[in-house]
Design a protein around this ligand. Structure first.
Ligand code: WTA
Length: 652
């Protein structure tokens, strides 16, 4: 976030109490929320145990609530047993078999309603197909599908038999997909022939084939769902048509009840190094977080049509599409396409068409649609909406106000939810019937979430204007359980700074005198482009893998719509020509990582500012990228003259 942006956020003094009409119709009234806060403050573990008994169906109940004897390797509800898909499907059937679980709208506008009964049957059939193909409890399955109900079926199908899914976003490249398949040692991949997004064909099967060309011997089976009908190559003895695989399978599949701590899924996310981290979550604790936050933050109940616009490839789509709404028995909208196709009113048309009451999206989408103009939302009656949410990055007050006024008609509270892949669900957010909100502030930690802000020495930051490290001081049930295959990295990254109980989020934050938090941005080398996390090192590694590049430094600079844009400084190998190379490098990075990682700007340079020990001084590179005046002392640099040269370089 630029300094000017921080200033404007700090000067923000508007506040919005919960509208009375919202409170009157709320499922959780202010007194209920008050009660949650009180009981959580009195007894942290007792509070979570009570929630776990209230919201989950346990096949075998638990007696141990939290085992912290081997911190930071925490275990919640460890002697309990349950099945996640049972909790999302079977237990609703007596009351909700014919209720719509998913209102699916395809890219082309086709609509399909899937009832809970149908979702249950499809999940069972698919789970049986997985099993018939040798997938068992604990096996890893990579899912590389569009944002379509089959992705939910695939996820819940894995959960049904205790297999661990790892969804890879459909926009990721073959190389990124391959790395994830290898790291997880996946036994199967579930993909589609292709799909249309914004009218353009995405070649998922072709990319999968490319990913599997090298070093993926672990993969025995590839399930292929026919979505686009495009021509694909099927490899005999490996590839199976989804329709064929489920054709003769029974519509019932007894759930495999797993220990509460059994990993439900792995989801790869960016960190400070070039290697993505396989964050994995537990079954019981994670699912509890999904349910509690859907109930508390989104106030979801029987009257709601919920819509989270994220893709299932991100954690937001895991918690607020695949697991949360289904576990709550709530009807939701799922969308395959993009907000601007065929026209920039697509989301608003869909809100009207499906009667959406609770809508959850990202600031980058809000900013992009705000820029298109008010005429698009004004074409549609949006009065079905009662609550709005945002996630993924700090929202600037201007976008917040537009969302509030133009989309919410000054009637809907906004919940700005801070959380991460690692936290599994919302952590700091307004609660809609309860919290007075302020544009740009994520409000307060949820009941049972011990957030705090510390300085470098571990002291609590009391000053409302000073930033500090955002930490969580007590374990919570839906926290990550580890980094797949790398317990040391887990310990170091998240618990290495203070002590084994203090989770370090990697964000800096401020807290005002009323205890409201503002998120200032990442403290590590992680970029947030359009709400998606990307490690600077990942992009750098991709660049140096190109034959013409000898070295690269990647930083972010503020961008009106994307939040942050990627700027790459590139040193070429001797003899390599810069002409025409910028575009080639952009495509190269897209091929290596996916098109979200394409640098916005590439600047060729002869050197990078380095300390005498050879470390790139990222802060300086960032200042150059942002055209800021360099005020810090550069005399300790190995090559102080390089700064001026970098500032003078042409942007490509
Ligand atoms: C950022 C997405 C400000 C933050 C759920 C965090 C936010 C990272 C907010 C996690 C918010 C998320 N306000 N910043 N409401 N929500 N972030 O893992 O930097 O993709 O650490 O999870 O996004 O991104 P991730």
């Amino acid at each position: 976030m630029a300094d000017s942006q921080i200033d404007s956020v700090l000067k923000e003094s508007r506040s919005f109490p919960p509208p009375q009409a919202f409170i009157d119709n709320a499922n959780y009234k202010p007194a209920d929320i008050e009660q949650l806060y009180t009981s959580a403050a009195e007894d942290h573990t007792g509070f979570w145990a009570a929630q776990a008994r209230r919201h989950l169906y346990w096949h075998q109940s638990f007696s141990s609530v939290l085992n912290d004897s081997n911190a930071p390797f925490f275990r919640w509800f460890e002697d309990g047993e349950l099945n996640a898909s049972f909790n999302c499907l079977d237990r609703h059937l007596p009351e909700r078999a014919d209720q719509t679980a998913i209102i699916f709208e395809g890219d082309d506008g086709e609509v399909e309603n899937v009832t809970f009964q149908q979702l249950y049957e499809r999940t069972c059939r698919f789970a049986n197909a997985l099993r018939s193909n040798g997938i068992e409890k604990g096996d890893r399955v990579v899912i590389y599908l569009p944002n379509i109900p089959q992705a939910v079926v695939a996820m819940l199908g894995c959960a049904r038999i205790g297999a661990i899914h790892s969804v890879v976003f459909g926009g990721f490249s073959a190389v990124a997909l391959r790395n994830r398949i290898q790291d997880a040692e996946a036994k199967a991949v579930i993909t589609a022939d292709g799909n249309y997004r914004g009218g353009k064909l995405v070649q998922l099967k072709q990319t999968t084939d490319k990913a599997l060309e090298e070093g993926c011997d672990c993969v025995e089976t590839v399930f292929v769902y026919r979505r686009a009908g495009n021509d694909i190559k099927m490899t005999p003895d490996r590839d199976i048509d989804w329709a064929q695989a489920v054709a003769d399978q029974p519509a019932e599949c007894p759930p495999v009840n797993v220990e509460s701590e059994h990993p439900l899924f792995i989801l790869y996310t960016s960190g400070s190094t070039g290697r993505p981290k396989g964050i994995y979550h537990s079954t019981g604790g994670y699912l509890l977080g999904a349910i509690c936050t859907c109930r508390w933050t989104f106030d979801l109940g029987d009257q709601d049509i919920f819509w989270c616009t994220a893709d299932v490839g991100w954690v937001t789509g895991h918690t607020y599409i695949a697991y949360g709404p289904t576990a709550c028995g709530v009807t939701q909208v799922m969308f395959e396409g993009v907000p601007t196709y065929p026209e920039p009113d697509r989301l608003w048309a869909m809100v009207k068409r499906h009667g959406v009451s609770v809508f959850y999206t990202a600031p980058t989408a809000i900013r992009a649609l705000m820029r298109q103009g008010d005429q698009y939302p004004q074409r549609h009656d949006l009065t079905s909406l009662r609550l709005l949410g945002t996630v993924g990055e700090p929202i600037n007050p201007e976008a917040w106000m537009w969302y509030y006024q133009v989309i919410g008609g000054e009637r809907c509270p906004i919940v700005d939810t801070w959380w991460q892949t690692e936290t599994g669900g919302h952590m700091i957010t307004a609660l809609p019937s309860y919290t007075e909100t302020h544009p740009g502030s994520v409000s307060k930690p949820l009941p049972g979430i011990a957030a705090d802000i510390l300085d470098e020495s571990g002291q609590r930051v009391e000053d409302a204007h000073a930033g500090g490290y955002l930490v969580i001081r007590k374990p919570w049930p839906f926290m990550l359980r580890g980094i797949w295959g790398d317990p040391e990295r887990y310990q170091e990254t998240y618990f290495g700074m203070f002590d084994a109980l203090t989770y370090v989020a990697g964000d800096s934050a401020q807290r005002d005198h009323e205890g409201n938090y503002r998120i200032l941005g990442r403290t590590d080398d992680v970029l947030n482009v359009s709400g998606h996390r990307l490690g600077t090192m990942e992009v750098e590694s991709a660049l140096v893998a190109h034959q013409a590049v000898s070295e690269a430094a990647v930083v972010g600079r503020p961008h009106d719509i994307k939040g942050e844009a990627i700027v790459a400084f590139v040193i070429l190998k001797a003899g390599a020509q810069a002409d025409g190379l910028a575009d080639e490098l952009r495509s190269w990075v897209a091929e290596q990582l996916g098109s979200i990682a394409k640098p916005e700007e590439i600047r060729f340079t002869d050197g990078l500012p380095k300390t005498r020990s050879g470390k790139i001084m990222r802060r300086l590179v960032r200042s150059v990228a942002r055209n800021e005046e360099i005020t810090q002392d550069t005399s300790t640099l190995e090559n102080p003259q390089i700064i001026e040269q970098m500032q003078a370089e042409e942007v490509r």
